[in-house]
Design a protein around this ligand. Structure first.
Ligand SMILES: [Zn+2]
Length: 66
């Protein structure tokens, strides 16, 4: 998967504007779609949470440090 960084606004609460952001996917709400973009610090925070989630879902016998 090629990650395409563009200059834009972060959608994840840090209120950064005009920064490099990465498209994460469509945000769907009440039948409407919006592009969800994340800046690098927010992406790091999000991915740390996602990795913790993935590790918690994985059986203990196969869990490995990332
Ligand atoms: Zn951000």
């Amino acid at each position: 998967m090629v990650r395409q960084w563009v200059t834009g606004d972060c959608w994840l609460g840090c209120q950064s504007t005009g920064v490099p952001v990465l498209w994460l996917g469509p945000l769907q709400w009440d039948g409407q779609y919006a592009p969800l973009y994340s800046c690098e610090p927010c992406l790091d925070r999000l991915m740390a949470q996602a990795v913790a989630y993935w590790l918690n879902r994985r059986p203990m016998t196969t869990a490995t440090a990332a």
